[in-house]
Design a protein around this ligand. Structure first.
Ligand code: ADP
Length: 262
């Protein structure tokens, strides 16, 4: 169960890590993990040292997105406590997915989730990082609230599709971070529009502009629009996120622009 919100400043930081940023969404399937991976790679392209912590305990996708697998090794063979993170495209990554078999359902209770998260945060040799990007589990329940409290977050990025339903959930996410005094760095509209490869026409499949309007209403920065594009899906599924595989492409540019605003 969630404990009472801590006062800001009580959470110890992670040594060597300058800023920890959460990527969150009100619900699943809106592209939170895809955004996390591409945002992290875009930050790296913008010259930062970046790590990714996959805190999406119930559906870890960072191993697939960065095409990394295997068990993290201890830094010191005589002491198995501190683990070396794995690495994909120059980004240090840690995921609960490295610790369990891919098709093992995670039916952990809250305290176990918290202890796993604390371990991934504090018992991993992250080294010197400018930014550690945390892929949060979707939703705004107790588990998410507790996580937001446990991690010494500099801020949060909310991912939403343009639809009302996703936005209502995103709003809840925003309020959740407010409750634990974590500043919301802004909202990204994912699957914002679709450019038809055949006719070149633009289609707003899930509507358009909803996240921007919502950000304005809530007084949060609007960070940018990522189109719905088959290349984004294909590259993610192949474990070669588009910012890594098509660094000169239009999509990488969009992610770099978003990364620069965070
Ligand atoms: P979440 O982390 O919110 O559950 P994912 O990042 O796993 O969502 O994305 C869900 C699915 O949608 C994945 O198959 C992903 O490749 C795809 N996807 C996400 N964003 C886009 C996009 N902008 N264009 C095309 N496909 C996308």
């Amino acid at each position: 169960r969630a404990t009472a919100p801590e006062k800001p400043g009580q959470k110890p930081g992670v040594p060597g890590v300058k800023h920890i940023i959460a990527v969150a969404s009100g619900k699943g399937g809106v592209g939170k993990s895809t955004t996390t991976a591409n945002l992290a790679l875009a930050m790296q392209a913008n010259g930062l040292k970046v790590g990714v912590l996959d805190a999406d305990i119930y559906g870890p996708s960072v191993p697939r997105l960065f095409k990394v697998s295997g068990r993290p090794e201890p830094v010191d063979p005589a002491n198995s406590r501190i683990l070396k993170p794995l690495e994909g495209y120059g980004v240090k990554v840690m995921s609960i997915g490295f610790m369990v078999e891919e098709d093992t359902p995670m039916i952990w209770r809250g305290p176990m989730v918290i202890s796993a998260l604390t371990q991934m945060l504090r018992e991993v040799a992250w080294g010197e990082l400018d930014v550690l990007v945390v892929d949060m589990p979707p939703g705004t329940g107790d588990a998410q609230l507790t996580m937001a409290q446990q991690v010494p977050l500099a801020g949060a990025v909310i991912v939403s599709t343009p639809q009302d339903l996703a936005l209502i959930d995103a709003r809840k996410g925003l309020n959740m971070f407010k409750r634990v005094d974590v500043p919301v760095l802004g909202i990204v509209e994912n699957m914002s529009y679709f450019i038809c490869p055949d006719c070149g026409g633009r289609h707003d499949i899930f509507g358009h502009g909803g996240a921007r309007a919502e950000a304005e209403k809530l007084g949060s920065p609007f960070l940018g629009e990522v189109p719905l594009d088959i290349r984004i899906r294909e590259t993610s599924d192949a474990g070669t996120p588009i910012v890594a595989s098509e660094p000169e492409g239009v999509h990488a540019k969009v992610y770099r622009e978003i990364a620069a605003k965070v």
